[in-house]
Design a protein around this ligand. Structure first.
Ligand code: ADP
Ligand code: ADP
Length: 222
């Protein structure tokens, strides 16, 4: 599903954020990427929806080498990938409903489909009764769940989360991770960057470790 082959990434004027990374995340897997700040976790995630391109090596998603993906196919690639951020990036002047509906509006989904799909996604994250609320009136954990609903509303086969529990206490963090497990249980491939070692240990999924841009352990025990 997600394959990196000898991938290095050097930002303009910077040093190497990733260096010679080769690994494979299978369809339906749930994996954590760990490593200190600056280890290359975000860069790794950003390569997958083509928010960045590698300096060397190949990124292959669902059998497609992204270097050969034409520009007009990029929106299609991105529609298949749900992204979740630490700061959730919700629009504060829009309701929960409108935030979650946004990817569907952009994709041009017919209006009558919107309500059904948005409510199904809010139901999955347990926030159906908050659809008219504004993000600032919600707790941190609820805001993150809205971010997750927005990421899954178009039913992407891949979810990527960058420090999704960075601002949450341990109990809420675990709740968010269990939510990811539920999506994984229905076949979604999930990659989560996190440096919360205690939580990752408790969850017991594959753990990919980066250090200074290098792959220290690909965590593949199969
Ligand atoms: P992590 O997510 O593990 O903290 P990042 O992938 O964000 O690591 O960063 C890896 C390295 O790349 C760091 O040294 C960081 O400063 C550098 N870096 C990340 N993004 C950029 C950028 N847009 N321009 C220049 N350097 C960057
Ligand atoms: P419906 O078929 O009415 O949309 P589902 O219960 O199948 O209802 O899905 C409800 C919501 O849960 C979806 O809109 C989507 O947000 C999320 N979801 C369900 N299955 C998946 C999946 N395989 N991948 C991603 N998201 C999913």
């Amino acid at each position: 599903m997600i394959r990196l082959d000898g991938v290095s990434k050097r930002y303009p004027g910077g040093n190497e954020a990733l260096a010679g990374v080769t690994l494979h995340i299978r369809r339906g897997e749930m994996a954590f990427i760990t490593g200190h700040s600056g280890a290359g976790k975000s860069t790794f995630l950003r390569l997958i929806p083509l928010l960045e391109r590698p300096s060397h090596g190949a990124v292959i998603i669902g059998g497609v080498n992204l270097a050969r993906l034409s520009r007009r196919r990029i929106p299609h690639l991105r529609r298949g990938i749900g992204m979740i951020f630490q700061d959730h990036r919700l629009l504060n002047d829009r309701t929960v409903f409108d935030n979650v509906a946004l990817p569907l509006v952009i994709a041009g989904l017919p209006h009558r489909e919107l309500g059904r799909r948005v409510r199904a996604a809010l139901d999955k994250v347990g926030l159906l009764r908050k659809e008219r609320a504004y993000p600032v009136t919600l707790s941190g954990g609820e805001q993150q769940r809205v971010g997750i609903a927005r990421a899954v509303v178009s039913r992407p086969p891949v979810l990527l989360a960058d420090e999704p529990t960075g601002n949450l206490d341990p109990a809420l963090s675990e709740e968010i991770m269990r939510l990811f497990e539920q999506f994984n249980a229905v076949g979604v491939t999930i990659v989560i960057a996190s440096h919360d070692h205690a939580l990752i240990e408790r969850m017991g999924h594959r753990r990919i470790t980066l250090e200074g841009g290098r792959l220290l352990d690909d965590g593949d025990r199969r």
